[in-house]
Design a protein around this ligand. Structure first.
Ligand SMILES: [Ca+2]
Length: 164
């Protein structure tokens, strides 16, 4: 009799899970899915979507901690103290995006990109010999390249986000 009672409980629990999405606990979802459910109302939001049509993809909004349903006109602040000073930029890192890998890459021609700094999950930034980076406690990241712009040369930086 006790075994039969146990099986009935399992059946009821499974039935409740299939019909009530609120029964899905956060521990079953990836950090991206938790964020998407809380901010976009769905677990299946496409990462490359742009729910607020501000030009910042939803996965980038996730990694930067910006609101995906309210326009974020400028997610980055470019820093360059003088025309001959190294290029840099500042942005906010979402410290709860534990499944995101952030990579800063540099290029001189927009064709070949080389990594200059990377942070995986909540880990610290690893910086290749290509710049300096500082992350404040609130997640504000300030990166400064070490490539000095010269006459006729160009330098581009980008932030690449990878979420599994
Ligand atoms: Ca957006």
């Amino acid at each position: 009799m006790k075994a039969l009672l146990f099986l009935c409980l399992i059946t009821l629990t499974a039935s409740a899970l299939m019909t009530d999405p609120s029964m899905i606990t956060d521990s079953w979802m990836s950090p991206w899915q938790q964020w998407a459910r809380a901010n976009l109302g769905t677990l299946t939001a496409p990462m490359n979507g742009d729910s607020d049509l501000d030009g910042v993809s939803d996965v980038l909004e996730y990694a930067l901690g910006t609101a995906p349903l309210a326009s974020t006109p400028q997610a980055f602040t470019v820093t360059q103290n003088a025309a001959t000073a190294p290029l840099g930029f500042t942005f906010m890192r979402n410290l709860t995006a534990t499944d995101a890998t952030l990579s800063i890459e540099g290029s001189s021609d927009l064709l070949t990109w080389l990594p200059v700094a990377q942070a995986i999950g909540t880990g610290a930034w690893s910086v290749l010999p290509g710049g300096s980076i500082h992350q404040a406690v609130d997640g504000t990241v300030s990166f400064t390249d070490n490539v000095m712009p010269g006459a006729g040369s160009r330098r581009f930086l980008r932030l690449k986000i990878v979420v599994p």
